[in-house]
Design a binder for this molecule. Structure first.
Ligand code: NAD
Length: 376
């Protein structure tokens, strides 16, 4: 992918990302041709490139049967402009559906199901912990039951993907970093993050048992700190917060001492991983999806944002620290987060290429063009 050294248009940015996704997913998307794909939570961050990738593949492969995409979302944070912009596409059906409620009686036969509905941002899941648990457990259970019924109706689901999280590892022991899938985790079951971490863990248990007991093709992805186009500037995760500071012409405010480290995986890379796990992942297996390096501190991330913002927009701000108004902001916040991704590499061919330097520049360009987003 071309290195970004100056501000480019949103169209150019998206076209490069979608070409990257199309190239990386040639076989998987071809295999999905002519099928129906359901994405719950499809109005969210990961839904952004999930939906756009399938619609882009349809446009680029007009001689093949299209992938027909259905989005279920409760739109609790509004209908994003990008999704509204696709209405009218004959291969996209957008429906308001709260996944905590029973599924519609007239669900068509879906061959691929992705359960991404859920409350992913710590600020928001601490505000709505029960809703967070319900989406991860009850919503998932309803979809798994639907998949069972589809087999009885001789319309079997070909693949089912549950979005778990790297948070299921909690705050790993230092010797379990980088973290492989068989690490069992170090998680509080009652702390302020438990509604999220524990419901993802039990969600995985549900998936594994439906896969084993009912022979359903259920696979699980564990995202590690994804960022990039589609992640709203108001989301309150770290990179959008820094981008908001930059675009408001303010100093960048860091709510920790800057020492926690993460590896950050750009969304175009992560989405190749999710599609690959959906199509190629092994039944009943979990896959880390992220990037192995560089593992950088929040302070280094902030400095990288400042460098790139200087280059792209002539930004003149600096890094400052402050205490968050939210007292639980750092409670149970893992100190290090870094995945082993060998399993996804060997089972599915996942091979992320976009390092933080490039991904941060691409994200800042996207935020420049997407500064208006509804607050939750
Ligand atoms: N982005 C990451 O780095 C990351 C990391 C770990 C796990 N995940 C998981 O991946 C999934 C998608 O994450 P995201 O970053 O796109 O989150 P997001 O918050 O951007 O999107 C989630 C979407 O789900 C919808 N939603 C929430 N509750 C719902 C409900 N009850 N019924 C229907 N829709 C509902 C929201 O309206 C939103 O559009 C989530 O399950 C999240 O926990 C993401």
């Amino acid at each position: 992918m071309k290195e970004i050294t100056q501000l480019i248009s949103e169209e150019e940015l998206l076209s490069e990302d979608l070409t990257y996704l199309r190239d990386g997913l040639r076989q998987e998307l071809t295999e999905m041709s002519g099928s129906r794909l359901l994405i719950t939570g499809g109005a969210g961050f990961l839904g952004y490139y999930f939906v756009k990738t399938a619609l882009d593949w349809n446009r680029s492969n007009a001689d093949r049967e299209p992938i027909s995409v259905t989005v279920f979302d409760n739109f609790i944070r509004g209908v994003p402009d990008w999704l509204a912009g696709h209405t009218g596409d004959p291969n996209l059906d957008v429906q308001k559906q709260d996944m905590i409620q029973p599924l519609p009686a007239d669900m068509p036969g879906f061959q691929y199901i992705v359960h991404a509905a859920g409350i992913a941002s710590p600020i928001y899941y601490r505000k709505y912990p029960i809703e967070c648990i319900d989406a991860n457990i009850n919503g998932l259970r309803n979809l798994l039951e639907y998949a069972l019924q589809q087999r009885e109706r001789s319309e079997p689901v070909r693949a089912f993907l549950f979005f778990s999280s790297s948070e299921i590892y909690g705050d790993p022991d230092p010797e379990a970093i980088p973290t492989p899938e068989d690490y069992r985790g170090n998680v509080s079951c009652t702390g302020p993050r438990a509604c999220y971490d524990e419901s993802k863990r039990f969600g995985e248990t549900l998936c594994v048992n439906f896969a084993q007991q009912h022979d359903l093709p259920v696979k699980i992805a564990r995202p590690f700190n994804n960022y990039g186009p589609g992640l709203k500037i108001t989301d309150r995760r770290v990179l959008p917060d820094f981008a908001r500071n930059v675009l408001n012409g303010e100093d960048i405010v860091m709510f920790s001492d800057g020492s926690p480290t993460r590896t950050f995986c750009y969304s175009a890379d992560a989405l190749t991983g999710y599609y690959k796990v959906l199509v190629r992942g092994h039944q009943g297996e979990s896959y880390n999806i992220g990037i192995e390096h560089p593992e950088i501190s929040m302070k280094s991330l902030a400095e990288l944002v400042i460098d790139k913002a200087r280059l792209l927009f002539g930004y003149e701000g600096k890094l400052v620290t402050a205490a968050s108004e939210d007292e639980a902001y750092l409670v149970d916040n893992p100190n290090r987060r870094c995945p082993v991704i060998e399993k996804a590499r060997s089972h599915t061919g996942y091979d992320p290429q976009i390092e933080c330097e490039e991904g941060v520049a691409r994200s800042l360009v996207w935020y420049y063009h997407n500064q208006d987003a509804a607050e939750a």
